[in-house]
Design a protein around this ligand. Sequence first.
Ligand SMILES: Nc1ncnc2c1ncn2[C@@H]1O[C@H](COP(=O)(O)OP(=O)(O)O)[C@@H](O)[C@H]1O
Ligand SMILES: [Mg+2]
Length: 388
Amino acid sequence: MERISVMILAGNPEEKSELESMLSNIEYINVAREPKNLQIALSIIEAEGVNVILVSEDFDGDGYAICEGLAHEYPEKGVIILTRELHEDTVHRAMFSGARDVVVLPVEPGKLLDSIYKVNTFAVRQGKGKKEAKTSSVNAKLGRVFTFFSTKGGVGKSFMALNFAAALQEETKKRVVLVDFDLEFGTLALSMNLQPRFSINDVVNDIRNIDAEFIESYLTPHQSGIRLLSSTLDPRNENYINAEHIQLIIKTLQGSYDFIVVDMPARFSDTVSPGIQYADKLFLVATPEITAIRNVKASMGVLESLNYPKSKIQVVLNRQHRRNDIKVKDIEKTLDQTINLVVEEDHLKVPYSLNQGVPYVLKYTRSGISRSLRKYIQKNITVSPKKS
Ligand SMILES: Nc1ncnc2c1ncn2[C@@H]1O[C@H](COP(=O)(O)OP(=O)(O)O)[C@@H](O)[C@H]1O
Ligand SMILES: [Mg+2]
């Protein structure tokens, strides 16, 4: 095995020596020279070919900012955030700053090595992918990710994700994969009348071998032409799936699919946060009810505090009805944001399509819901792949 070169950017000297002594006896690890400051760190990273960088969250005042800079400068290297305490937003902050993993100190050597090894394997793969992409840019694909989210259940995220995917496939004739990241309560397989043999669990169990070809065997084809990556078939298994797995799954699918449509759980979850982070468009779904609209407003606040680009956000108003006393204009005013897509309520045909396992837009092509989805796609989704 090639040795992994690790740089430690620790918050204090004890931490540094503790980590160093842990790593110095490991045969396949080489601890890089200690940098005096960040500038020197950069030159050592280049000169010594550092693979993995450990950054304390308090390093140089703000480890996350450092991490962001490093991840931006060296996308092919793996950055791991070290923290003393796992707060609710630690993993989010780490992921949004480009870190590949979070390690809580004090840590057992085995755990630290595991993280370094994992992050490095991923980094090498990414680096390779980059090189290949450079040499064969004609075939290089970087699928676009469309994610459906809201912190309220029952507003139609899953219905929208399924039908958006089916309509995309119809309109563009491109490769579309639908991914069920609602790991606890995923229902997409059911509403597509599929009995998947494999799920995200199987992908995660075999995560070291993941590539475009391999992940394909875990997808379930649907008669509409789209493919489904099903949520965990056994929710008890959800715990060992982490954000790095999810990130890897998205990146891998981006390599071979034009469009990746993601269905999310009804809460901010660290595990599946890459579904939001890597979205090209994030569809926040609301229904015309005060609670649902408040939820969208609160989500927009959280996203803003994470510096999430507002330009990615698309608000969907689902189950709109002429008799609603809340009007679109009022909702836009409350949210201080345009509603990008309005989908009407159809309380007869929607449940029928779900029970039959046939996407609504394919079954009732002329009805209002199908027309508004198609119109949105024609207007907003260009078919040419995005530049990598
Ligand atoms: N436009 C609509 N018209 C009528 N019923 C809808 C519509 N959208 C969703 N539903 C219904 O609402 C229920 C919840 O939708 P679902 O997609 O499962 O929500 P979520 O994923 O947000 O929890 C579904 O059973 C579906 O029948
Ligand atoms: Mg759902």
